[in-house]
Design a binder for this molecule. Structure first.
Ligand code: HAM
Length: 432
């Protein structure tokens, strides 16, 4: 038997799937995503699933975990290095520059979604193929855009019914003030490294800021006493961070500040933020994002400020299921055709076709079973009404309907019209 690749998942319809991997839950989230994008006037951008490897190495940073350990990189037939996208921002920046979007509008508001690929060790909430929804607001240098992005996710999660969520914010400053801070960190950790984990020792050399993200128990005492990044910020960065805090307070969005929130991608400047959830285990970050004022310039474009964020649909669903606040979208048919007379198969198929043409969700059993078995299938399908085709009533020009919720039968004559008109009117008159 062929098996799916470790860290990937099949998302199946509700009666076949389980928990997070039920397609009707995904549709619910996708529905809300389109609603929130409409509310905030964000428009969809779709970029390819693979790009030249350079796009991600330059964009995400060649010392980040994603680039050094997690990318699915391969050579194509022309021996060019390609990579399956591990995230969306770098590709969108590539597209923004390539399509000269800067010349077409001062502020671009994009949303995107789809599968992303990272070769991480799979566990609950962490997969090798996962699905992100993200937004990028490109062109604005005011804190109001950071607030716009944060509030978009805050409203989306609230509309979905999530309660136990926490917004954590920090500032990683601009390049200059960060350089000052990195020097402070070098001095602080220098004589403490012996007592720290191997990864911290590694990061001390390659990407010292990421030491703050270490979760190893033995490192926590040292990390908790680390100098605060906020104290090293330039006045400009401090003012910007205050602007973000004031903006959140103005909207009544609660937050906590964590000096150790540094994010795993190297492109962030100024604001970094995450929305976390307590009920989903070690992988508790649902939404992650921040400002990236230098990325477009570094990627070959002009100096254009930007801010964005993304969440993993799988993790959001874990959180919503943990709180029991999500119900699947309703894809159930209205009519279920029960065929009583095999001779009428062609008529039944025509009625089914016409009902669908009218936009009435309808289905059937395979027609080869007896009535009781067909009714059982009708119940299982979640349909509202069974429609009996054939039998004495049909011969006498009326259609029998069975309400599958109440089991009440209803006979409607089609003497003066035809079965389709009767079924269409009944559909329109019935409370869905
Ligand atoms: P990120 O923090 O790497 O940021 O990913 C954002 C979200 O994607 C995470 O908070 C998590 O919900 C989900 N996620 C990441 N990796 C996995 C995984 N292996 N399995 C399941 N879910 C995962 C970014 O990707 C940035 N591009 C966000 C951003 C947009 N920043 C600015 N603009």
């Amino acid at each position: 038997m062929q098996k799916k690749i470790k860290g990937t998942n099949d998302i199946l319809p509700g009666f076949l799937g389980e928990g997070v991997f039920v397609s009707e839950f995904w549709q619910k989230i996708e529905e809300e995503i389109l609603n929130i994008a409409g509310l905030y006037s964000y428009r969809e951008i779709r970029t390819p699933i693979f790009e030249n490897t350079e796009v991600f190495v330059k964009g995400i940073g060649d010392t980040s975990d994603i680039v050094t350990k997690e990318m699915y990189t391969f050579s194509d037939r022309g021996d060019r290095s390609m990579t399956l996208r591990p995230e969306g921002t770098a590709s969108i920046v590539r597209s923004y520059i390539e399509n000269s979007i800067m010349k077409k509008e001062p502020i671009s508001r994009f949303f995107y979604g789809g599968p992303m690929f990272r070769a991480e060790r799979p566990q609950k909430g962490r997969y090798r193929q996962f699905h992100q929804f993200g937004v990028e607001c490109i062109g604005g240098d005011s804190a109001k855009y950071d607030i716009e992005v944060i509030s978009l996710f805050w409203i989306l999660l609230s509309r979905l019914g999530l309660k136990d969520m926490e917004l954590v914010i920090n500032s990683v400053g601009n390049t200059q003030s960060r350089a000052v801070y990195l020097d402070k960190l070098k001095i602080y950790f220098k004589d403490k490294l012996d007592g720290m984990c191997k990864e911290c020792k590694d990061r001390y050399e390659k990407n010292i800021l990421r030491m703050l993200d270490c979760k190893v128990d033995g490192c926590q005492d040292i990390l908790n006493a680390v100098p605060s990044i906020i104290d090293s910020l330039s006045q400009e960065s401090k003012d910007f961070f205050n602007g973000v805090k004031d903006g959140l307070e103005n909207l009544g969005i609660p937050y906590i500040i964590s000096n150790r929130l540094v994010r795993g991608l190297d492109y962030y400047t100024e604001t970094a933020f995450e929305i976390i959830h307590g009920g989903i285990g070690a992988q508790s970050t649902i939404v992650g994002g921040g400002r990236y004022n230098d990325l477009i310039l570094q990627s070959g474009g002009n100096s254009v400020p930007a801010v964005g964020a993304a969440f993993g649909i799988e993790r959001l669903l874990l959180a919503l299921l943990d709180e029991g606040v999500i119900s699947p979208v309703d894809n159930e048919p209205f009519y279920f055709i029960v065929l009583l007379d095999k001779e009428m198969e062609a008529d039944a198929q025509k009625i089914l076709y016409d009902l669908r043409l009218e936009g009435i969700p309808s289905t059937e059993s395979d027609g080869s079973r007896n009535m009781a078995k067909q009714l059982k299938l009708a119940d299982k399908s979640g349909a509202r009404f069974a429609v009996f085709i054939g039998g004495d009533e049909w011969t006498a020009s009326s259609v029998m309907l069975k309400d599958l919720k109440t089991s009440k039968q209803n006979e409607i004559s089609f003497k003066d019209s035809d079965p389709l008109s009767v079924l269409t009117s009944f559909f329109k008159e019935t409370d869905k």
